[in-house]
Ligand binder design. Structure first.
Ligand code: SF4
Length: 427
């Protein structure tokens, strides 16, 4: 029996990959998964190299794990980014594995340990945080070329997973008790276009929506320019798809959007938000933003603020631009870190009032929710339409005298609202 311990770094998409890898080992009786690094025969590290800080964390973790004197396998974005350089830098690592070979890991480990292991693979797997929720990755890679992003260089061009396979996987996990599925990809809106046979995110969502027993279906990472009337209608007319729109718009100044090589403009973004609001007034809107991208001036921040005032997102995540050496913008004139941070703080502070006002409008409303955590005896953490997984949107807290277990479906009436969190009681 070979004891395998996997350490994951990075985003939800990395976690899904790690879960898929663990599923390979889980299905193979020759391997045993352990969470104890000291008990392991082989340590597998899934790295992130999306920005400088993530890259550093990956380097440091390799150093740490090298000291344990176990067989060490390193996977993921860092391997794709640095390929051969890593071999020189970390001679104690036994194996570096690129994305395309993830699913050969049992076989590769067999070679490493001189055992004859050669197994076929499954594509999907899941992350559970409460026994009732999973992420489901529907594609790999990306066909966009955003100036700040190195993902297409690391993960390659877009390819969608087979629609039928995704459906069957979702059906299987729902039959086993999963109630909430969150679809993720680098760009979920591009789903199916590479098949050129009419398959689309809408067609996939309609199929998934038909699964009996699914309670919440949510889609993250919608590329704004590809969110069209058809997709909005699919969400509007569905039984289980949450009207939650995660729009990583990155900026609203047309000048900066152009410099970022995004396909949107101030007007197109505003029109999209207005269309969503018109079609689905109860929709919850989230966006992510970047401050300090090359060429940004104070006037662009004013434009962004004006946009936020008109668009009125419930949730805004704002990050400073991180200059990555493989990104197109690497050679552009750079903005001082302190200015980037000051602009980020300015935007986050500006948004607070808007979020607070919108959250207050939710007082008195009743949401369906899933119990995802327990704060104390009678206070539970709940996921509703309002908040996506992984705490990106703040929490919804519910007081009740009823005893619940994780994964229970409840109804909560909102009684109190703050900038990031909502409070309510069970009804
Ligand atoms: S859409 Fe842009 S930011 Fe997102 S993964 Fe593709 S290139 Fe990167």
């Amino acid at each position: 029996m070979i004891n395998v311990c996997l350490i994951n770094l990075g985003c939800a998409k990395n976690l899904v990959d790690s879960e898929a890898i663990l599923a390979l080992f889980d299905k193979d009786p020759r391997f045993k998964i352990t969470i104890d690094e000291n008990e392991a025969d082989v340590l597998i590290l899934n790295t992130c190299a999306f920005i400088f800080d993530a890259e550093n964390e990956s380097f440091e973790t390799i150093e740490e794990l090298s000291k344990l004197n176990k067989k060490l396998v390193v996977l993921g974005c860092l391997v794709e980014k640095y390929k051969n350089e890593l071999k020189k830098k970390f001679p104690k690592v036994n194996l570096f594995v690129g994305f395309k070979d993830f699913y050969r890991l049992p076989e590769l480990l067999g070679n490493l340990l001189n055992e004859n292991i050669n197994k076929p693979y499954t594509v999907f797997n899941r992350i559970e945080d409460n026994g009732a929720s999973i992420y489901l990755k529907i594609s790999e890679g990306c066909n966009h070329n955003c100036g700040y992003c190195i993902i297409p260089k690391l993960r390659g061009t877009y390819y969608s997973y087979n629609e039928e396979d995704i459906y069957n996987y979702a059906l299987n996990v729902v039959n086993k008790g999963i109630k909430e599925i969150t679809l993720i990809a680098q760009d979920t809106t591009y789903y199916g276009k590479d098949f050129k046979d009419g398959t689309s995110l809408s067609s996939l969502l309609k199929k998934l929506d038909s699964i009996e027993g699914i309670e919440f279906l949510r889609v993250l990472y919608l590329y704004p320019n590809e969110v069209d009337y058809t997709l909005i209608s699919t969400i509007k007319n569905s039984k289980h798809i949450l009207p939650y729109f995660d729009l990583p718009i990155q900026h609203a100044s047309t000048k900066i959007l152009k410099a970022m090589n995004r396909n949107d403009s101030y007007d197109s973004l505003l029109n999209l938000v207005l269309l969503i609001r018109k079609e689905i007034p109860e929709a919850i809107l989230r966006c992510t933003l970047i401050t300090g991208y090359p060429f940004e001036e104070d006037s662009d921040i004013e434009i962004l603020k004006e946009f936020l005032l008109k668009a009125r997102f419930h949730h805004v995540g704002c990050f400073t631009y991180s200059n990555e050496n493989l990104a197109k913008a690497y050679s552009f004139p750079q903005i001082d870190e302190k200015i980037k941070e000051k602009r980020r703080d300015e935007i986050m502070n500006f948004q607070k009032k808007i979020s607070y006002e919108l959250n207050k409008e939710l007082i008195g409303k009743v949401f369906k929710g899933i119990i995802i955590g327990q704060e104390n005896n009678n206070t539970y953490l709940v996921r509703t339409l309002f908040n996506a997984p992984d705490d990106i949107d703040g929490g919804v807290y519910m007081k009740t005298n009823i005893n619940h277990k994780l994964g229970d479906i409840i109804k909560i009436k909102i009684t109190d609202a703050f900038v990031y969190d909502l409070y309510g009681k069970e009804v």
